[in-house]
Design a protein around this ligand. Structure first.
Ligand SMILES: Nc1nc2c(ncn2[C@@H]2O[C@H](COP(=O)(O)OP(=O)(O)OP(=O)(O)O)[C@@H](O)[C@H]2O)c(=O)[nH]1
Ligand SMILES: [Mg+2]
Length: 242
């Protein structure tokens, strides 16, 4: 997080992590599509011909809340194993992480390896997975050979991270995952820095504004409740809920 006191501007870094081809870039594309043009900047992607991210994607989003302007920088990492040093660079200073897993049974091992890789790359940057606001998304739910809803619900119930199901290709679950991530991240920053008090900032109103700018008509509570497991309130101090 970066705070510019004179401009009253807060910059928050969110990172989409996960194995190769799990749909990280697709998540950002769908988020960009959903976002109001006032809120979203240009989506910067650097891809090869076969759609593989070489360095990172970046989607800048800007929202205002109270006396504070909030800039969200949403990054993806390149998932291919060879780009490990790039991933390490991209997670530097991350305030929150969305782990995009591929739901197909054949990808279970790749998901697990990427999760370990995340843990190591955070550690290399002086960050700990345990303290990092984190949501998990199981993407590609439209494919036939995916792990069952029951299996994922069971997995979700064993961990504390909120878990979302998605079809990023058509936008399903994309805004929900993002809102869950933003909620956890904000709660964590709030707990550390007491931003509400210092900037006359209403977190509840802010989340509602973000939802609106992302084309949502549902309430923030309804959106957050779409997670299939885990605990959304683990990091949330009283009074910042949805
Ligand atoms: N069927 C299906 N395909 C998807 C979905 N999400 C993404 N894809 C496809 O999966 C492929 C990889 O998606 P990307 O978003 O480029 O994956 P990535 O995680 O950014 O991959 P790297 O940049 O290599 O790490 C593309 O062909 C997408 O169209 C989904 O929900 N369902
Ligand atoms: Mg990519």
């Amino acid at each position: 997080m970066q705070l510019d006191f004179t401009a009253r501007e807060l910059t928050v870094k969110l990172v989409y992590y996960g194995p190769a081809l799990s749909g990280k870039t697709t998540n950002l594309q769908s988020l960009h599509k959903a976002a109001n043009a006032d809120a979203a900047g240009r989506l910067m992607t650097l891809e090869t011909k076969d759609d593989r991210t070489l360095f990172f994607d970046l989607l800048p989003l800007t929202f205002s809340g109270g006396d504070l302007n909030v800039r969200l920088k949403v990054f993806t990492v390149p998932g291919q194993v060879i780009h490990s040093s790039t991933r390490r660079l991209v997670v530097q200073g991350a305030d929150g992480v969305a782990f995009i897993a591929d739901s197909r049974g054949t990808e279970t091992q790749h998901n697990a390896e990427s999760f370990m890789d995340l843990k190591e790359n955070l550690k290399a940057n002086g960050l700990s997975l345990k303290e990092m606001p984190l949501i998990i998304q199981f993407n590609k739910r439209d494919l036939p050979d995916v792990r069952s809803d029951e299996e994922i619900a069971k997995l979700a119930s064993q961990g504390r991270e909120p878990v979302y199901l998605a079809v990023a290709l058509n936008g399903g679950g994309v805004v929900e995952s993002f809102m869950g991530l933003l909620y956890l991240t904000w709660s964590s920053l709030e707990a550390t820095h007491e931003l509400s008090k210092k900037f006359n900032f209403d977190a509840k109103q802010f989340m509602a504004e973000v939802a609106k700018q992302l084309g949502e008509t549902r309430s923030v509570d309804e959106i957050l409740a779409t997670c299939v497991g885990g605990a959304l309130d683990v990091l949330a101090p009283e009074g910042t809920k949805g």
